[in-house]
Ligand binder design. Sequence first.
Ligand SMILES: NC(=O)c1ccc[n+]([C@@H]2O[C@H](COP(=O)([O-])OP(=O)(O)OC[C@H]3O[C@@H](n4cnc5c(N)ncnc54)[C@H](O)[C@@H]3O)[C@@H](O)[C@H]2O)c1
Length: 346
Amino acid sequence: MRVGVVGCGYWGSKHVRVLCGLPSATRVVAIDDRREIREAMEAEFPGVIGRPSLIKALDEIDAVVIATPPESHFDIAAEALAAGKHVLVEKPMTTNSLDGRRLVEMADRSGLTLAAGHTFAHNAAVRTLADIAGRGLLGPIHYLDSARLNLGLYRGDVNVLWDLAAHDISIANLILHDVPDVVSAWGSRHTDRYSEDVASLRMQYLRRRVEATVRASWLDPVKVRRTTVVGADKMAVYNDVAADERIKIYDRGRNVAGGGLRGRGRTLTYRQGDIVAPHIEFPEPLRLQAQDFIESCRTGRRPVADGLAGLAVVAVLEASDQSIREDGAPVHIDHRVVEMISATAA
Ligand SMILES: NC(=O)c1ccc[n+]([C@@H]2O[C@H](COP(=O)([O-])OP(=O)(O)OC[C@H]3O[C@@H](n4cnc5c(N)ncnc54)[C@H](O)[C@@H]3O)[C@@H](O)[C@H]2O)c1
């Protein structure tokens, strides 16, 4: 498979590195409109050739990874699909759900692979957490909560939810095997007038009667990357910044006995049991994602994070924009997205 990477900046350069290490990627083309970036890729990775635009590389590639700023994702992905190329688009897949639906439809019509760059779908710790929750080892899930905080890196093109919470939405969808129905969001702007740099998101998965909350910030002194899943029997915490023991399962909870009106006569006992940290092999998620993408292009099977998974995240983020404008009012995600996802799941 000959793969082009469009946009070889901070994140795209990592895609180039990973692809260069895969035997299944027989050629890697670094496509960037900045000459110094192309030259840097050619110098760092022997065999990589640089091209200034997708159109100049079309004859040399079968598939593309798009790692340009989000506002350009749709145009580049549509151009690639129209030229018969398989596409992996970085998160967020598009900046609105209409464009996301168009990409999914284009790929389906032409039998091409459309994958979304939701790296955490390939993260061994997240997959372990999803497996533990899916097998019922935590009991019925009460709620999910996650935090993604740090000082920077500010992006000029999208707000902090589109940049950081995109990861947490994809993680929650993976753990719950579902997409939210209703979204509420609040945000504040401390650095520029147009874009939230601190925000909170509440997602309600009505069919599952579970909600997931996310706190995202570019303006926090401490780097936090944490997802907590609270079940009726056990609780699990995934700490992405831990050197080891990224997942801990706590045999903790509370038992309720008795209880009449307003809890009168109710007794609560607390369970403080063992903490288990399962051993997890941790191959680089970006490499697994690249392998999965190439394998999907070759065989026609659906990638782990396909276009619909990318679209589901975009639909939540779009609803979050509306909710922020309406001061946290609950907003249903676009019913056309829900219908597309249900039709494929059926
Ligand atoms: N999955 C992850 O964990 C993860 C992490 C970081 C960034 N990202 C995503 O990767 C994307 C890129 O982010 P970044 O931080 O690397 O941005 P960046 O600004 O560092 O790099 C973007 C590059 O794209 C090039 N470019 C822009 N428009 C182009 C065009 N039309 N044709 C060719 N080249 C073009 C620019 O010259 C630049 O080199 C974003 O969508 C971001 O959300 C994902």
